[in-house]
Design a protein around this ligand. Sequence first.
Ligand code: SAH
Ligand code: SF4
Length: 353
Amino acid sequence: MSTGLFDPDRAGLATLLDGEPRYRLDQVWSGLYEQFAEPADITTLPAPLRDRIAEALPVSLHEERRSVSDGGDTVKFLWRLREGWHPIETVLMYYDDRATVCASTQAGCAMGCGFCATGQAGFTRHLSVGEIVEQVVRAAREARRRNRRIDNVVFMGMGEPLANLEATWGAVERLHGDIGISARHLTISTVGIVPGIRSLAERPLPVNLAVSLHAARNDLRDDLVPINVRYPIEDLLDACGDYLSVKNRRITFEWALIDSVNDTDRDARELADLCVRLRPAAHVNLIPLNPTPGWPTRGSAPGRVAAFRSCLESLGVNATIRRNRGTEIDAACGQLAAGQPVSAPLRRRPDTV
Ligand code: SAH
Ligand code: SF4
């Protein structure tokens, strides 16, 4: 994996511009991170310098396909990485009052959650800082054509951000420091890598933490989210509590509602129990499971979703039902697999229920 346009930090770029007048560095940096321009379009620079930059630092992402749904409000980009066929995806979502980018941190994922299309496809490789940042820049370039700017970035695309923590953190710093997205508009979603959460707690920016819980007892979670065997719920909850006390940020638990698997009143009570043990109580994001080719179980019906939420609220836990975006273009949560064949064997519904 060679260095791409958005990989070097300011000091790295300064080295490349050695011998040029000093103000060139500002011109290049603002061209890339404020105007979201390609080097060829940074017209404040002399043409030979534009060529030199483009040659030394090629773009990392080649747009393979763009799919649009929700009346134009959801755009999914399928990118090919520079070397070989490593497809990754990014989703841009426009809302009335904001625009959000859902970025990938790995090509594939090694965590093996059976209900997730990325997990079904397996792991290819980590993404670099530049490959993560470029997804946001390219989406921002597209948003600008609609006179919109990117307000939020969620690391909820392909891959497990805390399994690629250094590159993810490098991207967080760049998005915060150079694109100007505040920490409270940046969200890292994790399957629950405890050492990663602890390491995040030691870093300066108070980004939001979302934890993909999906089950509040270990036997069921072991089955749905295999990494739970290594980092069981008690340890995970401890790490979340510590993050919360250091950062003073609300923690969100993500819960994909799976028909008759984790959507009963018992599940809601167990989840509420965990939520109120965190102070302030964790917020819950409910999302009916989206269909993926390698997992036969369905998402919960709307009535059950509503009942689950009421049960949580009656126990003092706030829950939001997430509106599904982009299901018909496979851009919804857990559906990102970049058109790869699904390699995991078909799984039966866990028999722990
Ligand atoms: N690896 C990270 C971030 C990427 S997954 C994580 O697991 O948190 C983004 C979110 O989509 C997670 O909350 C994940 O649990 C959820 N998800 C995965 N497959 C899904 C599916 N089929 N339906 C709904 N949500 C799903
Ligand atoms: Fe990986 Fe997250 Fe999918 Fe699990 S849900 S396989 S951690 S991307």
